[in-house]
Design a protein around this ligand. Structure first.
Ligand SMILES: [Zn+2]
Length: 257
């Protein structure tokens, strides 16, 4: 979601984020992540057609989300979760820092089971809870600083403002690391199991996406993963390793939700 990351970064820069005495001075605090996510979420709501709470797809998303949230053990965390559906053909879903989560109808309409939905939700919520965006942001800032220092030393007269722009782009387009994506997949897997869903739903979503997205921009949770076959295989091996026979997946029935 480059749009959102760009907006967030602009907000971050504009708000003159104070380094404070945090261990990682470049990482926005959990409360700052909530504020940034909320502001970006407001902007997104102005730009996109967000479906009303009465829409069956919104009801479905919130029902499965409530089930997942009830299993979390970090209830003291400051995250302010919200779950909305954007009417768009784009095959995507994402969680902003702090907990505001959006699904596009382009993805939601392709999901066949609640288990698949739970897998994607669990994946996205793991990015929030593990603060992956804030870590990626901090890493980008450190890289940016490193590049600036090197260039200052080598080319004292260089135009740092234009260089900063390049570094910003680099930072905005920086996807979550492979490690963070694997961690989010694990979170999706765990969320399915904690809620009594079948974790095969997560693997099935990736299989569906691989077929659906022949070209164009992959959704956030497929980004940086040219080897999505391995990703599917990894989830299926985790399922086998548990030695558990999971219940049949729950077909999505929008009329009944
Ligand atoms: Zn992801």
């Amino acid at each position: 979601m480059r749009l959102c990351l760009s907006a967030l970064s602009a907000l971050l820069l504009a708000s003159s984020l104070s380094a404070g005495s945090r261990l990682d001075a470049f990482r926005p605090s959990p409360n700052q992540q909530v504020q940034l996510g909320k502001r970006a979420s407001l902007q997104l709501r102005k730009q996109e057609h967000v479906l009303p709470a009465s829409d069956p797809r919104v009801k479905l998303l919130r029902k499965v989300a409530r089930r997942i949230l009830s299993t979390f053990d970090d209830k003291d965390a400051p995250w302010e979760y919200s779950f909305d559906v954007i009417d768009s053909k784009e095959i995507n879903a994402f969680a902003l820092p702090g907990g505001a989560t959006f699904f596009y109808t382009g993805l939601l309409d392709r999901l066949k089971t609640e288990d698949e939905l739970a897998g994607v939700l669990g994946h996205e919520l793991t990015h929030v809870r593990k603060q992956h965006w804030a870590i990626a942001y901090a890493d980008g800032q450190k890289r940016n600083l490193g590049i600036s220092i090197v260039l200052l030393a080598v080319r004292a007269n260089s135009n740092l403002s234009s260089l900063a722009g390049i570094s910003d782009d680099l930072m905005f387009e920086l996807p979550f690391s492979r490690h963070h994506e694997s961690e989010a997949d694990d979170g999706g897997f765990d969320a399915c199991i904690s809620c009594g869903y079948n974790p095969q739903g997560l693997a099935d979503t990736f299989i569906m996406l691989r077929e659906a997205i022949k070209d164009g921009t992959p959704p956030e949770f497929m980004s940086d993963h040219p080897d999505d076959k391995n990703r599917i295989k990894r989830i299926e091996e985790k399922i086998k390793a548990t030695g558990v026979t999971y219940p049949a997946q729950v077909p999505i029935q929008l009329d009944g939700s």
